[in-house]
Design a protein around this ligand. Structure first.
Ligand code: PSU
Ligand code: MN
Length: 305
């Protein structure tokens, strides 16, 4: 297969793809912008290990020196983790610039999907996706992640979306753009730190086998888009909704007062929520990513059969 001129697939990932071994993509904005050092690096490496334990090969995705990496080395992950927010947060519109200039970029859900698809990777695990922001009816702040889900055939396993977003409008947008939203073991959209949002998803699916069957059917139908799997945080790690919602409200107020906009909004809100809840939200965040990695690896394994 002729791969893209800017793409580097790591030897291990290339070998797995050639052999039909399951592979799971992982994003890197969660490393650079989503968590502090050194927990970000520890978590990224632990997630790779969980994917291996569940029968798949991990492919952490990033842009390094203008090269689209499908399969980062441990040194790449440490670099992304240490550099943190000094690395560009790379969405679809940033990729050409980073490639042309030979620069580094941390990939969001959007660009991780793009690069995974270029490499031939079907399943991707993360924490949370971007969505329609609260107040989007005037700010028009809608994450490019939703558009990418409509256009790129990769299954994204997340823990739902944080209520820094308007979850109802996010679901409406996904419906309009033809993106199936599957609840894993639930009919309710989970709200990242908590298992409940009050919003219903399209379908409840209870096993990785069934997730693989639905995604295979979508590919066989020739649909260009992806699929969103919403996997609730395990009960024992979920947060008190009152605590987390109060932190989110306060973070939104501070973002507005500080005039934060554009690509800074999501990292600002995530950092504030973390600050306001002490270490608790970080612990929950790490655990839900582990949980998503497990489901993604098992689904990739079923898809590879
Ligand atoms: N939501 C989270 N954690 C994250 C992100 C979102 O709970 O780390 C990151 C992901 O990389 C996602 C990006 O793709 O933020 C969305 O940014 P924006 O809202 O600017 O599209
Ligand atoms: Mn935005």
């Amino acid at each position: 297969m002729a791969l893209n001129k800017y793409l580097d697939v790591s030897p291990e990932v290339a070998q797995a793809l050639a052999a039909g071994t399951p592979v799971v993509a992982l994003e890197s904005t969660i490393i650079s912008h989503g968590m502090p050092y050194p927990q970000n690096v520890e978590t990224a490496l632990a997630v790779e290990q969980i994917i291996r334990e569940n029968g798949a090969v991990p492919a952490t995705i990033a842009v390094i020196g203008g090269r689209l990496k499908a399969g980062c080395t441990q040194a790449d992950i440490e670099h992304l983790g240490k550099a943190g927010t000094s690395i560009a947060k790379a969405s679809r519109r940033d990729l050409a610039m980073l490639c042309a200039r030979g620069q580094d970029g941390a990939t969001t859900v959007t660009t991780t999907m793009i690069i995974a698809h270029m490499a031939g990777i079907r399943v991707f695990a993360t924490g949370g996706i971007g969505g329609v922001h609260r107040g989007a009816e005037t700010t028009m702040d809608i994450s490019a992640d939703l558009e990418e889900l409509a256009h790129t055939p990769v299954m994204v396993v997340c823990a739902g979306a944080k209520s820094i977003l308007d979850l109802g409008l996010t679901l409406e947008y996904l419906e309009t753009h033809g993106v199936p939203v599957l609840g894993f073991g639930t009919q309710e959209l989970p709200a990242f730190y908590t298992r409940h949002s009050g919003f219903q998803v399209d379908y409840r699916v209870d096993t990785p086998e069934e997730l693989a069957d639905v995604f295979r059917a979508s590919l066989e139908l020739g649909f260009p888009g992806g699929m969103l799997v919403a996997n609730p945080i395990p009960e024992e790690y979920s947060m008190d909704p009152n605590v987390i919602n109060a932190a989110i409200e306060e973070a939104l107020t501070q973002a507005k007062a500080a005039g934060i906009h554009g690509k800074e909004t999501t990292p600002f809100l995530l950092a504030k929520v973390k600050e306001l809840t002490g270490g608790d939200s970080l612990d929950s965040n790490i655990q839900l990513v582990f949980n998503n990695a497990k489901v993604a690896a098992r689904t990739a394994a079923c898809l590879a059969k």
